[in-house]
Ligand binder design. Structure first.
Ligand code: GAR
Length: 202
């Protein structure tokens, strides 16, 4: 099976969804490592309890050395793919280039709509009737990489940002493991991978 690392900054509910899905029959990946940028992230505790290898890196304390250290722990864990799951830090271009397009993210909107933060507020302000979640490849351009999968979630007339976030999160938990498993299940399809990496033009 392919090996993934999950990068988190906080709660880690998408991380948990990726871990639990990896235990189901037919899943193409295993979770080799959970790490992130904040040692106090709640998700790290969950990963430890689930007997997943955890590296609690502190980006603030490490300063500019953080990205090299992160690269080192990911290499040591021999991972095929990095899955960002509520990882709230902009990734430098040279780090992305070193991972050759093998970084994916989940974003709580139907990209290209509502990039960045406060997506549910933006969705309500735009009076969208439908929102959702997107899994995409991470490129130097924020929330703009190739879309690998999306799910729609209906917006209710009395929705608040919190209520919407809660339902979109349920959709995220279904979508993310499915798309990661599908993406890695195609690693023997060299033409497809070459095409994808070519499109990234890092
Ligand atoms: C999720 O909704 C995820 O889509 C979002 O943060 C939340 C993390 O929750 N990510 C972004 O907004 C990335 N720009 P979690 O820690 O429980 O997975």
């Amino acid at each position: 099976r392919s090996r993934i690392a999950i990068l988190i900054s906080g709660r880690g509910s998408n991380m948990a969804a990726l871990i639990y899905a990896s235990r189901a029959d037919g899943c193409s990946y295993e979770v080799a490592l959970v790490t992130g940028d904040k040692p106090q992230a709640h998700g790290l505790e969950v990963a430890v309890a689930e007997s997943i290898a955890v590296e609690a890196l502190d980006a603030k304390a490490l300063g500019p050395a953080y990205w090299d250290k992160l690269h080192e722990v990911l290499k040591a864990a021999d991972v095929d793919l990095i899955a960002l799951a509520g990882f709230m830090r902009i990734i430098p271009d040279d780090f992305l280039a070193r991972w050759d397009g093998r970084v994916v993210n989940i974003h709580p909107s139907l990209l290209p709509k509502h990039k960045g933060l406060a997506t549910h507020e933006a969705c309500l302000a735009a009076r969208d009737k439908v929102t959702g979640a997107t899994v995409h490849l991470v490129t130097p351009d924020l929330d703009s990489g190739e879309i690998l999968g999306q799910v729609e979630v209906a917006v209710l007339s009395d929705d608040t940002a919190e209520a919407l976030a809660e339902r979109v999160l349920i959709a995220e938990h279904q979508l993310y493991p499915h798309i990661v498993s599908q993406f890695l299940g195609r690693t023997n399809d060299f033409d497809w991978i070459t095409e994808k990496v070519g499109e990234l033009a890092l």
